[in-house]
Ligand binder design. Sequence first.
Ligand SMILES: [Mg+2]
Length: 99
Amino acid sequence: MKTTEHLLTCLIEECAEVQKHATKALRFGLEDRDPTIPNSQTESELIEYELDDLRAVVEMLTAAGVIHGWPSWRRVDAKKEKIREFMEYAQQTGALEKA
Ligand SMILES: [Mg+2]
């Protein structure tokens, strides 16, 4: 395995860890903690932790020249707008509560 492949594997792992804690937060709540571990972190804290891990990998991918031009604030802003549009649509269909 080469460095690029190793870093891409790390990227996949960190995305999966974010997914894991996001789904646990949906199932048990953002403030839920692992009941088998005393004083464990909340799902909200674990999502933040994994997003930091993900950012670290993305920065390493950038430093290694695997990806370029990240982040694109234009794309970030465009994505936010798209999400807002679909939230409005979901409210219209009744799938999403109105705020
Ligand atoms: Mg991690």
